[in-house]
Design a binder for this molecule. Structure first.
Ligand code: T3D
Length: 247
């Protein structure tokens, strides 16, 4: 399934209605077994410029940004990470604020060479949200995380790849072909195993080695009972391509 953020005149900045549509999309991706990979991208010259800054009522003395995160952004990030299917992000242009951190929440991030990542938050006296303070130090190290968050400067797609923030930077005109090919190939793969790979890799951020070894054992035990494992081994031994079903 491809989900395209589609408000290009505002660089796909988030307004309330988009959150509703994203909720519907992720619910479909969760429920529909025929959807075996998700591809997230943006329409136009930007990927996403984060929260639409015109949407908040600045005259409200009780403005509660935490409530907005609780209601919309945070559940979406949690559901993306927990989705037992691979999520590919094709960052087609600038990814700023919540847009940058939403991209980094995805499992495999490709970015167009002309794209960039901007932790814009400090410019408006906020802090990186949507998991930014979690992913940035883990992916790029504290020094770079701090630089990105405090200085709020654009990081090019090439630097993002070099720093380990994303999987790959590709030429602009190759981005969508490459992202679709990748998503299609993942969708034809052992998607049940991919779900467990996600679970294990993401759990490692907070697990001890002992806990992680136990988790690997438990998940491997389960995968060993799955038809895709049998098919993978039979295909290898039979010198043929495997036909994984994910079921
Ligand atoms: O409220 C809460 O829920 C708290 C949660 C916050 C999460 C966040 O995401 S906070 C961070 C919000 N995002 C930003 O601060 C980024 C703001 N945008 C920019 O700094 C720049 O637009 C960019 C660096 C991303 C791109 O610059 P540039 O020069 O390529 O484009 P531009 O001309 O600034 O933008 C094009 C249009 O999109 C323009 O509209 P116009 O003038 O043509 O009608 C611009 O106003 C609009 N736009 C871009 N970003 C936003 C936006 N409009 C509303 N909100 C935006 N975030």
């Amino acid at each position: 399934m491809t989900v395209t953020l589609n408000r290009p005149d505002k660089l796909n900045a988030f307004v309330a209605g988009m959150h509703g549509l994203l909720r519907e999309a992720i619910s479909r991706a969760e429920a529909d077994a025929s959807i075996r990979a998700l591809l997230l991208t943006g329409a136009g010259r930007g990927f996403c410029a984060g929260q639409d800054l015109g949407e908040r009522d600045m005259s409200n003395p009780n403005l509660d940004l935490g409530a907005g995160l609780d209601a919309s952004y945070n559940p979406f990030v949690r559901r993306l990470r927990a989705l037992p299917k691979p999520v590919v992000c094709a960052v087609n242009g600038i990814a700023a604020g919540a847009g940058a951190n939403l991209a980094l929440a995805c499992d495999i991030v490709l970015a167009a060479r002309s794209a960039s990542f901007l932790q814009a938050f400090a410019k408006i006296a906020l802090l990186p949200d949507c998991g930014g303070t979690y992913w940035l130090p883990r992916l790029a190290g504290t020094a770079r995380a701090m630089g990105m968050a405090l200085l709020a400067e654009r990081v090019s797609a090439e630097d993002a790849e070099r720093w380990g923030l994303i999987w790959k930077c590709v030429d602009d005109d190759a981005l969508m072909d490459e992202a679709k090919k990748l998503a299609q190939s993942l969708a034809a793969g052992p998607t049940h195993a991919y779900g467990k790979i996600k679970q294990a890799i993401y759990a490692s951020a907070t697990n001890t080695l002992d806990a992680q070894l136990d988790l690997e054992r438990d998940l491997q035990r389960e995968l060993g009972q799955h038809g895709d494992y049998r098919e993978g081994v039979a295909a290898f031994l039979g010198k043929r391509k495997p036909g994984f079903t994910g079921k």
